[in-house]
Write a protein that binds this ligand. Structure first.
Ligand SMILES: Nc1ncnc2c1ncn2[C@@H]1O[C@H](COP(=O)(O)OP(=O)(O)OP(=O)(O)O)[C@@H](O)[C@H]1O
Length: 593
């Protein structure tokens, strides 16, 4: 929690005023029993009506003043805690944005969501309660003891013995429950993960009749969370009865002692009432302290989880400015690139080398899991190669600033992601200052023009979260247009035309080919037809580059390419086989003659 204290730096004044006003409230609270004792010992004992009324008004004034300072303290505490949480949430969010895919893969989205929402809310609550009550309760407890000593030394000793016991109980329960609160939050992560998975995949769950299993899995994890919560709750709940018992024992001892002192004439009755009032105030305060400690425990556990995120260092550093540009002869080069995902023992790409000229179209094909997406992710520097070098314009990709690199590359990911907002807003993700004319051009290239023309308001048509009011193919075309709006030097389409029909796919490829400005295009696809015309085809198998070249060469030289191609164009296999037989027949004739 200490490392997060810097997020209170803009709320120093509020963080001082909140406990200060609470302290003033404590002063009023501690004076009340003294005034009551005076009413009893002076007013009632001396039958002085005027004195009683005067003290009564003093009590009312003290109550009003107490209320005012209490509200003021609440105001400052709320301002500080809300401001703190806002800054912290922003800082965590900004930090997460800077993490590379490797860290994001390792952390997982679900825990990030819980930490950014529930955990930060708990910390905010802890700061609010802490600012108001953390000092108030010890002030009251110790203040009561000090006041008790000013009344009667022997009776005050009861306070002096009871208070350390009470603090010990609080400490033990705190010690036992803090680690459990961390566990509760991590179980909450699991419930969040299941909720997200089950809600986003609800159609698939229904299609596969998995409702029962998904409900059961959710129930189990929810029950585990509930059980742990109940256990921590019971442990924390012990605090109240144990402190009550201790306080009541102390009260019995106090009253019997005080009675004796009154009989001996060392004390007045009003003073006994004052002592009893101090004991009662301590009970109330300890109950508040107990709930404060539970809240602070939860808060500390959550603060630890939030601080853990802030401690994660990105494994991907970018220079502040790109190194001096030298124009290489190739637009892009992979030199002996090997890549393994964090925590994976097997590389997903092994010793890949190839080069691409400016303006070329590169097709990447291979079986499922062969490493196609991984390869293009290295071009966008979503991950860094484990070995080898990726170069853009002859320069190591790691020597480009993040801004320069991002500007060069437009990526259309495998899973189309659009955001809630108008089509225009989504298109401007590509480039902030894109004009409507440029957006329409990009939509035309992406074969998405008629989709937008058919929508109410056209560019102003509002997309739902993740574009769920569009079909899969429509979404894909809009995400392609968004990347085209950017006018990148490298356009990467990671299997992002898979939902398009063959005619649209062909029209898309044709218009991409005609893009102005020498765009180098990477087309990842499972469809041989989509990449057949490419200037360079890369064939991947199990992370290895088993073929590179143009279609005609690969058909002759690459067995895997042939297998993929003929599985999709079986009629061409017969032609190929017969031409091969003819060639070998001619060769045999030549040898015989
Ligand atoms: N984030 C990740 N963490 C760990 N392993 C991963 C990750 N992403 C992919 N892999 C693994 O890397 C290998 C290559 O995956 P990749 O997604 O590049 O294949 P692909 O050829 O694009 O497959 P597909 O055609 O199914 O999209 C696979 O074995 C996969 O399990």
């Amino acid at each position: 929690m200490r490392s997060l204290a810097i997020y209170l730096r803009n709320y120093k004044k509020e963080s001082i005023f909140a406990p200060f006003f609470k302290f003033l409230e404590v002063v009023f609270d501690l004076l009340v029993p003294v005034v009551i004792a005076q009413i009893i010992d002076v007013g009632i004992a001396g039958n002085d009506r005027h004195y009683i009324i005067e003290r009564f008004f003093i009590l009312v004034l003290m109550a009003a003043a107490g209320l005012t300072v209490s509200i003021t303290a609440q105001f400052f505490a709320a301002k500080a805690s809300v401001g703190f949480a806002t800054e912290l949430r922003q800082a965590v969010y900004d930090h997460v944005q800077k993490l590379s895919y490797t860290e994001l893969d390792t952390l997982g989205t679900d825990t990030l969501i819980t930490r950014l929402t529930d955990d930060i809310n708990q910390v905010q609550n802890g700061v609010n309660m802490g600012l108001r009550l953390l000092l108030r309760s010890p002030f009251i407890v110790l203040g009561s003891m000090v006041m008790a000593f000013t009344i009667n030394f022997r009776c005050a000793l009861v306070f002096a013995v009871a208070i350390p016991f009470l603090f010990l109980v609080v400490f033990v329960i705190m010690y036992l429950s803090i680690p459990l609160f961390r566990k509760v939050q991590s179980r909450l992560d699991t419930v969040t993960r299941l909720t997200r998975e089950n809600l986003t995949g609800v159609r698939v769950i229904r299609a596969f009749c998995r409702e029962k299993e998904s409900v059961q899995e959710f129930d189990e994890s929810n029950e585990q969370l509930t059980k742990l919560n109940e256990f921590v709750g019971r442990l924390s709940a012990l605090l109240n009865p144990v402190t009550y018992v201790l306080i009541n024992i102390a009260t019995v001892i106090l009253i019997s002692n005080a009675g004796l002192q009154v009989n001996l004439g060392n004390m007045q009755q009003g003073e006994v009432v004052a002592l009893y009032n101090y004991m009662a105030q301590m009970i109330v305060e300890l109950i508040k302290l107990a709930s404060l400690i539970i809240t602070l425990n939860k808060s500390a556990a959550c603060a630890g989880r939030v601080a853990d995120i802030l401690k994660v260092k990105t494994s991907m550093e970018y220079p502040a400015a790109s190194a001096a540009q030298t124009s290489g002869k190739n637009a892009l080069e992979f030199e002996n690139v090997t890549f393994a995902y964090a925590g994976s023992s097997e590389p997903s790409l092994s010793d890949i080398s190839f080069s691409v000229k400016k303006g070329q179209t590169v097709g990447i094909i291979g079986g499922t899991g062969s490493g196609k997406s991984t390869l293009v992710n290295l071009i966008a520097r979503f991950y860094d190669a484990t070995q080898g070098t990726v170069r853009i314009d002859g320069q190591d990709i790691r020597s480009y600033s993040q801004q320069d690199l991002r500007e060069k590359i437009g990526v259309v990911p495998q899973r189309a992601a659009l955001f809630k907002g108008t089509i225009r807003e989504n298109m401007k993700w590509g480039r902030d200052d894109a004009t409507d004319a440029e957006i329409w051009d990009a939509l035309t290239t992406a074969q998405a023009r008629e989709i937008v023309e058919g929508k109410d308001g056209q560019l102003d048509f509002k997309l739902e979260q993740n574009g769920r009011n569009l079909s899969g193919g429509q979404k894909q075309r809009l995400t392609i247009a968004r990347a085209v709006v950017k006018k990148p030097e490298f356009l990467i389409l990671d299997d992002s035309a898979s939902a398009l029909d063959f005619a649209t796919d062909a029209a898309l490829r044709k218009s991409l080919h005609q893009l102005s400005g020498n765009v180098t295009t990477f087309l990842v696809s499972q469809r041989a037809a989509s990449i057949r015309q490419a200037d360079l085809i890369l064939v991947l198998n199990d992370g290895e580059l088993v073929g590179k070249g143009i279609h005609d060469d690969l058909i002759r030289s690459c067995e895997i390419y042939r297998a993929i191609y003929f599985s999709q164009f079986p009629e061409e296999r017969a032609k190929y086989d017969s031409s091969k037989t003819a060639v070998s027949g001619n060769a045999a004739e030549v040898t015989l003659s």
